[in-house]
Design a protein around this ligand. Structure first.
Ligand code: NAD
Length: 442
């Protein structure tokens, strides 16, 4: 019998030999954050009894664009970067979601983050769908001028897709209010007039909302306080660890300390610090402003970055990147409560392990929704051309967050679901209802 190699076509007329099994099995593709996001949707679809076609539709983004961003570097050379914008769903309103500048950005990550934005907006009942964007780069390698050119070119490439009624970007990892100002300006130049509503998280000077900068952190802390009390832990006798000391983690640590919580460990991408008596947050913030990192803060011990996640505390706030608590370390987590400041910091495996161990996890789509809530307030204020005080913004934010917390808690208790599954079910159901009444076109 002639053995035909797998890539050789069988000769005409002769019997086709069966394909030969490869000597070693092909490597199992690594699970991505998108696999986890889709698994969460599948779990919610099963609980809700969602029709299969609707589930299939919600598992896929409505639109996605991948763009090339040629950058003229300061030394005159040209480098080509890659950027994305994904719009997951807009049944309930225009797309809404941050823009990330990070070396790990890829299309699957942006797809997952866009899907979570759909659920977050629905859960907090803000009239948006979900979207997300990103550029694959390490911002530390670029000058301010280069970052401005990257932002402007990225904005002009995605301009046909965004707009105050289409899709409204905001800051995320590696971007800030200055990035939003460049985006707003670039988009406005293209339109021939100023379009304030094309982004949120803008500087106050161009229509940003008071309270927006700290809004995600304020929401995280409002939920953390509720959740601690739910576990019969008074915030003033609680300890906490925070991973990530950027826009979300830094504000969360400061506001936790203001609530009387003893923040004993924090980290950033350069390392971690620990002080059992509680870190002096104002002094730490001054140190970070001066040096760019928590590392080297004199009134603390330096510890391994990953040990922050394993600290013996009541409350853990992961506020950096995805997948940091996973099958490898979930069984070593000692916190009783995890409040997800970051998007997707727990893998699906970690979720299962922590649930078995009785650790309470408040999911990202609830815990870190404060940013999108105040983005919505920014949009409402701009539409009315009537600006609220910072106290008004903060009060309305905390009110919405605590109401959402109670709703999710009740939903979970009635149906015996985890908080993540309850929150996802509530959100998916709202998106489904909107889709149902709108109907399928054509
Ligand atoms: P940021 O860029 O301002 O800060 C990120 C921080 O994480 C930095 O301190 C960085 O040093 C640190 N970091 C990165 N990798 C790390 C690692 N492996 N270990 C420890 N620290 C690490 O970003 P951000 O806006 O604070 O976003 C953080 C997370 O919160 C992201 O998941 C983001 O999607 C989510 N989020 C942000 C907002 C917002 O309004 N900015 C809203 C909702 C959710």
């Amino acid at each position: 019998m002639t053995v035909i190699a797998n890539d050789t076509p069988p000769s005409a007329g002769g019997p086709a030999a069966p394909p030969q099994p490869p000597s070693t099995p092909p490597p199992v593709p690594e699970r991505t954050v998108l696999d986890d996001a889709r698994e969460q949707l599948a779990d919610a679809a099963a609980v809700l009894g969602l029709p299969g076609d609707v589930h299939a539709m919600l598992a896929e983004p409505r639109r996605e664009v991948s763009v090339s961003i040629p950058l003229r570097r300061d030394d005159g050379t040209i480098e080509v970067l890659r950027g994305y914008r994904v719009q997951h769903n807009y049944s309930r309103g225009p797309g809404k979601g941050g823009v990330r500048f990070d070396a790990r950005v890829d299309l699957d990550e942006v797809r997952a983050l866009a899907m979570w934005m759909t659920w977050k907006c629905a859960l907090l009942d803000v009239p948006y769908g979900g979207a997300k964007g990103g550029v694959r780069l390490d911002p530390r390698r670029y000058s301010t001028g280069e970052l401005e050119r990257i932002t402007r070119r990225y904005t002009s490439e995605i301009a046909p897709l965004i707009g105050p009624h289409q899709d409204i970007p905001a800051p995320d990892i590696g971007t800030d209010e200055q990035t939003m100002a460049w985006m707003m300006d670039t988009y406005s130049v293209g339109q021939g007039h100023t379009v304030l509503g094309v982004v949120t998280g803008k500087p106050i000077a161009i229509g940003g909302s008071l309270g927006r900068a700290a809004s995600t952190s304020r929401g995280v802390v409002a939920i953390a306080v509720e959740a601690l009390r739910h576990l019969d832990i008074e915030p003033t006798s609680a300890t906490a660890a925070v991973q990530g000391f950027g826009k979300v983690g830094r504000g969360a640590a400061r506001l936790l300390a203001e609530q009387g919580v003893r923040v004993i460990a924090v980290s950033d991408m350069y390392g971690a610090i620990f002080n059992i008596g509680g870190l002096d947050l104002p002094a730490l913030e001054a140190h970070v402003d001066a040096t760019g990192s928590v590392v080297g803060f004199p009134e603390a011990l330096e510890i391994d970055g990953t040990d922050v996640l394993l600290a013996e505390v009541d409350l853990l706030v992961p506020a950096a990147v995805e997948g940091v608590i996973n099958a490898d370390n979930a069984c070593f987590v000692r916190a009783r409560l995890i409040v997800e400041g970051a998007n997707g910091p727990l893998t699906a495996d970690a979720d299962r392990i922590l649930a078995e161990r009785g650790v309470v996890v408040v999911p990202d789509i609830l815990a870190n929704a404060g940013g999108v809530v105040v983005s919505y307030f920014e949009w409402v204020q701009a539409n009315q051309a009537y600006w609220w005080t910072e106290d008004e913004v903060n009060e309305r934010l905390v009110d919405r967050m605590t109401r959402a917390w109670r709703d999710v808690l009740d939903y979970a208790a009635e149906r015996q679901l985890s908080l993540r599954l309850a929150a996802t079910c509530m959100a998916v159901e709202r998106v489904y209802r909107a889709h149902e009444v709108r109907g399928l076109y054509p």
